[in-house]
Design a protein around this ligand. Structure first.
Ligand SMILES: Cc1cc2nc3c(=O)[nH]c(=O)nc-3n(C[C@H](O)[C@H](O)[C@H](O)COP(=O)(O)O)c2cc1C
Length: 141
């Protein structure tokens, strides 16, 4: 089994680009949840990323697949990151990331690190530093 996989769902590419940064920092492979690749969840540590759409909804591809894949989180380490808009959607900022973290816990995963919530719409200048600090925390855990 591989050590780390980064699995993301992304509608306009923002979460995909952050997933690539995280994967590069961790030396991990990336998987788009939309591709429905059975190998995606076969790793010791799963780094799961989703943007939030609607009002607090999962990104569409995660919405279609979370129930079907969450069983494979059991016994794994899971770290979760989310992309959102804290200005336009202050009350539902990055809720999808919490939804995935809760599903992983319920499925029997061990959560690693805090849920990373990024606003690349309004605070893009902070993204790289926040990602770097979070990746370091994940590595240490
Ligand atoms: C119609 C619409 C609804 C959105 N709803 C939320 C929301 O409830 N919470 C949030 O934090 N961000 C929300 N966003 C912001 C997106 O999550 C944000 O643009 C994100 O970077 C998109 O990432 P993606 O391109 O990877 O899908 C919404 C954006 C749009 C256009």
């Amino acid at each position: 089994m591989d050590k780390i996989h980064v699995v993301f769902g992304s509608t306009t590419g923002t979460t995909e680009s952050v997933a690539a940064k995280i994967a590069s920092a961790l030396g991990a492979a990336t998987f788009n949840i939309a591709a429905d690749d059975p190998a995606a969840f076969d790793a010791e540590l799963l780094v799961l990323g989703s943007s939030t759409w609607g009002i607090g909804d999962l990104q569409d591809d995660w919405a279609s697949r979370l129930d079907q894949v969450k069983g494979s989180f059991a016994g794994k380490k899971v770290a979760v990151f989310g992309l959102g808009d804290s200005v336009g959607f202050a009350d539902s900022f990055c809720v999808a990331a919490d939804t995935i973290a809760n599903a992983a816990k319920e499925a029997g995963a061990t959560l690693v690190g805090d849920v990373l919530k990024l606003d690349d719409t309004n605070e893009a200048a902070q993204t790289d530093a926040k990602v770097a600090a979070w990746v370091n925390a994940i590595k240490g855990a």
